[in-house]
Design a protein around this ligand. Sequence first.
Ligand code: FEO
Ligand code: CA
Ligand code: CA
Length: 651
Amino acid sequence: MSNDNKISNPSPSKDGSSFAEICARRYSRRDVLRVGAAASAAFALGSLSGCSSEQEVSSAELANSNWRSENPYRSAYDFVEIQHGMDEHHHVAPDHQAQVLLRWGDPLFKHAPEFDPTAQTLDSQLQQFGYNNDYIGYVALEPKKGQDARALLCVNHEYPIHGLMFPGFGANDSISAEQVKISQAACGASVVEVNCKDGIWEVNLDSVYNRRITSLDTEMEITGPAAGHSRMRTNADRSGRKVLGTLNNCAGGITPWGTYLTCEENFNYCFGGELPENHPETANHERYNVPLGWMHWDKHDARFDISHEPNEPNRFGWVVEIDPFNPKSKPKKRTALGRFKHEGGENIIATDGRLVIYMGDDQNFEYLYKFISRDPVNLGNPKANRDLLDHGTLYVAKFYDEGYLEWLPIEHSQGPLSAHFDSQADVLIEPRRAADLLGATPMDRPEDVVPNAKTGKVYVMLTNNTKRKTPNVANPRAANVFGHIIEISELDNNHAQTRGYWDMLVKGGDHKNKDHDAYFHPETSENGWFASPDNGAIDPTGRLWVSTDQGPKANLTGTNDGLWSLETEGPLRGMSKMFFRVPMGAEMSGPVFADDGESLFLAVQHPGDIEERPGSARIETASTRWPDFAESMPPRPSVVVVTRKNGGRIG
Ligand code: FEO
Ligand code: CA
Ligand code: CA
């Protein structure tokens, strides 16, 4: 990687191989086999990017059957798929069961009050499970014995929907001071111990680990290069190193040393007010769409009014590291990972032992990033990794149409950056602007980015971008309604490399409808295709699962969101099947498997919502009252755990 930003024609290979040779290697790495021409009912499989390969496979080999190691032409998944559809209930594949484990308002502590939607208080919400569960991290407390297990779930509570939280809620800007506090307390995160006894999961209200982290008042430390910078200081915090709360926690990750990364995404929702004219933060706030004012918190909490606190938004949009084993520990905002609308923080250890965290910036035309730690992970002594995330390099992806990509370091010394920023701290507060200057590839809303430790491949969920007029190589559809998934293979299968290959795995939408310009494996069923991929999960055997968030675009596909399996290897690559479907108005998030692959935790977020923008949904007119279906209960975002009816591996 040169330091002068001249990257117009890099060789993708350090050994100078031709592209044809690289393609051949890529496909031999995938162990793609060729079936003889004698196979009946043959069809061709094509790759969507620079390399293409054709394999002929008998349809008879595509039966819903067992694991590919037994037969590479068979599905890696073993379940009968469910149908697309839209109704008030959740649905799971036959032979599986879905148990509602934790609902918004459920007590997290022994003496916490039961949820009463008509008598919500700040004090009760602080002791109860939060609103709009998104990411779920699973941290085992002890190895599973028979059917018994103990684990911590680390759950994000992304944002409030006041009309679905407060019965009889009026106009959005009529929110009361007490409701603002409850709303701020309902967001953030929960750490909660769950126990499995005889195959049934339940919350342990006696656990010493249970904890609520909020947007209201949980004290956090700002660490890394931007800590203490003048742009991080406010009237309440002259040090620029202390902040109350975390905002819009979307997806996340669990580090190899067992800490929980929760990622601040649409923090701009929470700010209101107006900057004074010619304020130095004007361009920054415009780029991050601050303020959006959807939460109306600024009406009763001046710190969310940028006319009072113009720097407060700079203290959000970070990745926060939380020690789930110590409920008294102070969460840390790790500024070395950059400030943007962080979707997730899934991570993997590179061949040299350093940690690599893959991260999307979820907004139209924003970028794909990864962070590489300076120091290797110490697996023998978790405490030695205490400050690991404060030192390292942030990179942004540039895609080339020959099927390779380059990771550009976002360092103050690189190319034009020193002329536009005063320090690395300054760069990390606005990596979007730095990425523009470096010539990174603007993407169609990068969401979860999921490395697969079994194969080394990395899956990038790109949810949609209807505003795109001009396609680029990695975002090939104008007005991209249905999203797509890119697969990255880092050079030499080393995640600390700054070059790699990429390939299109699927393009969302109905692949049999020409107007959708979608791509899935041609044998994918009429229920198997999906749209707007958001989160990904790799199960313990290395299989990929994808959850979706279409918002109101569900009306175009005719199905609610859900969870799909998606083949990544061999002749069935690109074939997906529908496994779980959420009730009306909800999105599917948080998929995570227990270590044995026999329990799957899912987050059903905002059931009953009707709008892309939080604001107009109301309990009284909600499209579902899932999961309680009681006149006295609003629809409640909830964590669901899926198991196989007679035990055994999911899917
Ligand atoms: Fe909160 Fe990008 O979904
Ligand atoms: Ca998401
Ligand atoms: Ca989402």
